[in-house]
Design a protein around this ligand. Structure first.
Ligand SMILES: [Zn+2]
Length: 88
């Protein structure tokens, strides 16, 4: 057995595994729009991205729909991209 370490998640854009703390967590709101989960603790299924570039890749690959296993409204992606760029 290896030592316990930070949980890792796979970025839905590039497929790279990273510690959860380095990734942006996305969740769907009631309108099925992907929003940034700044608390990393919103209930429900999440998708992880390492940066704005990976958002575009994820959309191209329809990876968000796969990650959430449902329809994803992509009309707010511009806002999302901005949110990813202004990481505190
Ligand atoms: Zn990535």
């Amino acid at each position: 057995m290896t030592q316990a370490h930070a949980p890792e998640r796979t970025c839905v854009g590039c497929g790279k595994k990273q510690p959860k703390s380095l990734l942006h967590r996305l969740v769907l709101n009631e309108q099925h729009q992907p929003v940034l989960d700044r608390t990393q603790a919103a209930p429900g299924r999440g998708a992880y991205l390492c940066g704005p570039g990976c958002l575009a890749a994820a959309i191209k690959r329809k990876a968000l729909q796969r990650a959430f296993k449902m329809h994803v409204a992509l009309d707010v992606v511009i806002d999302l991209e901005a949110a990813l760029q202004t990481r505190s």
